[in-house]
Design a binder for this molecule. Structure first.
Ligand SMILES: Nc1ncnc2c1ncn2[C@@H]1O[C@H](COP(=O)(O)OP(=O)(O)OP(=O)(O)O)[C@@H](O)[C@H]1O
Ligand SMILES: [Mg+2]
Length: 456
């Protein structure tokens, strides 16, 4: 019986199939033909080496079922299949080859069958230790003993290190990099709609398949050398406030902020970061750290106002009562808006963080958006990963307050730097008015400037 595979690989897929490397990888953007190439490569091994056992794997069970396995059955001609055991996902072909479908998140370690080849879909989801563990299973005689995989790029991860950074040293490793537009079988407007709907770093990674695009980093504007600074004493006259995120099992984070009245620049200068303390313990630490400094406001996580079960008092009530009472106000919890404001502050070099704030410094560098699942609605909003984000939340609450209440106006700061006396006069008037809470339209100050023109 002659069976023809209905498959014409496009050039990138063909390059992947041709590669003789022991560990080959096909990376690329969404829909760049990765799973298709992986499934055909697996089928070709199963056919070329009759009687071998191979494994098609993916990190999670759900995605193994919904995409990888489904796509394999889409491309595998039914005439080749002798039996598929649905209880253990064991596929037997007529030539005696066996293909096991396995999810790696509960794969039994150090046990299991000898394998002749292993195919991994979305390798970036898999840990390096699992990758090494699996190599130990390539023990079947008369088999190719190769592993191959495909993946979306995910920044400078272990996958990047092995296949790209150390490529010259690792002769066994070979990568074929593709982009979404390399796949000629996609609908014509698919690529353009991705480009139009997503932010640039995302497009670089998920469309153009770049490994250099930061993998979902939220504060890309943060430049360690510039924004993470050596501490200095905060002058007593500066406005200070705190941002607070509350947790019991997770840490409670408090971030102290100060605003330079001359430049409008914001400095995060101290932090409190601790889990499993009682509210009164937190209050003691916060007061001790604050010392005699006057704090204008503490902008706190609005969920602290949810009444706890029992006596109906909330965590916020507990903070705001008792001996060491600590007044709080509900922070603006619009996440996307707040993140944008912090990004803008960083972008314009108006936010600095003291190096001594170890928790915030480490969190903010690794603060990421959740990975956007393949084929998700392209218009759905991005969300940060909810892990190790407590200091980032506290910072965001504080900065949101600063922006909403215009505590760090740049227009003022920019004018102040002016040598022009007429601008200085308009600005000192503006400062007086703002201090007394009088907000006047811009035209008022423009008028002063032009009057002053005649005088000077
Ligand atoms: N050589 C080919 N011939 C015909 N169709 C193909 C070929 N390669 C890929 N396709 C089709 O293109 C679409 C995307 O391919 P595939 O699912 O393999 O991409 P992917 O990179 O795995 O995508 P994702 O990023 O969603 O995981 C699928 O509909 C697939 O059937
Ligand atoms: Mg895929």
């Amino acid at each position: 019986m002659k069976i023809e595979l209905d498959y014409t690989p496009f050039p990138k897929q063909a390059a992947f199939h041709r590669s003789p490397a022991k560990f080959k990888l096909y990376s690329g953007g969404f829909g760049s033909g990765k799973t298709t190439a992986l499934a055909y490569e697996a089928l070709l091994y199963a056919l070329e080496y009759p009687g071998t056992t191979g494994m098609i794997a993916r990190q999670s069970y759900r995605e193994l079922m919904d995409t990888t396995m489904k796509e394999f059955f889409d491309i595998c001609p039914p005439e080749l299949i002798r039996n598929f055991n649905k209880s253990n996902y064991h596929l037997t072909l007529w030539n005696g080859s066996i293909i096991l479908f396995r999810n790696l998140d509960n794969l039994q370690k150090r046990r299991g069958t000898n394998l002749g080849w292993i195919a991994i879909d979305e390798l970036s989801e898999v840990s390096e230790s699992m990758w090494l563990e699996l190599q130990g299973r390539l023990r079947q005689k008369n088999s190719p003993r190769k592993m191959f995989a495909c993946t979306n790029p995910n920044g400078h991860s272990w996958v990047w290190t092995r296949w790209i950074r150390d490529a010259a040293k690792n002769k066994d490793y070979h990568i074929v990099q593709s982009a979404t537009q390399d796949n000629p079988y996609l609908p014509a407007d698919y690529v353009q709609s991705l480009i139009d709907n997503y932010p640039e770093p995302w497009v670089k990674r998920y469309v153009f398949g770049s490994w250099d695009a930061a993998a979902g980093i939220i504060y890309e504007e943060l430049d360690y050398d510039k924004h993470i600074i050596k501490p200095f004493p905060i002058p007593p006259s500066w406005t200070r406030l705190r941002g607070m995120d509350y947790g019991y099992t997770n840490p409670t984070a408090v971030v102290w902020l100060a605003i330079d009245p001359d430049t409008g620049k914001v400095y995060a200068y101290d932090e409190h970061y601790a889990a499993k303390l009682t509210v009164s313990q937190h209050k003691t630490v916060v007061h001790a750290k604050t010392g005699h400094a006057r704090i204008q406001v503490t902008a706190a996580d609005p969920s602290m106002w949810r009444a706890a079960d029992g006596d109906g008092r909330s965590i916020a009530d507990e903070f705001m009562s008792g001996k060491e009472r600590l007044p709080l106000i509900k922070a603006n919890n619009s996440v996307a808006w707040g993140i944008n404001k912090v990004k803008e502050l960083l972008q314009h070099d108006r936010l600095y963080i003291f190096k001594t704030m170890e928790n915030l410094v480490s969190e903010i560098q690794d603060y990421r958006y959740q990975d956007i699942p393949v084929h998700r609605d392209v218009n759905a909003p991005e969300r940060p990963v909810k892990k190790d984000d407590h200091g980032c939340d506290a910072l965001r609450y504080g900065c949101s307050y600063i922006i909403e209440h215009n505590l760090a106006p740049t227009s003022f700061a920019d004018h102040r730097r002016s040598d022009d006396p007429k601008t200085q006069l308009a600005e000192s008037t503006r400062r007086m008015n703002e201090r007394s809470g009088l907000l006047l339209p811009e035209s008022y100050y423009e008028a002063i400037e032009s009057d002053a023109d005649e005088e000077w």
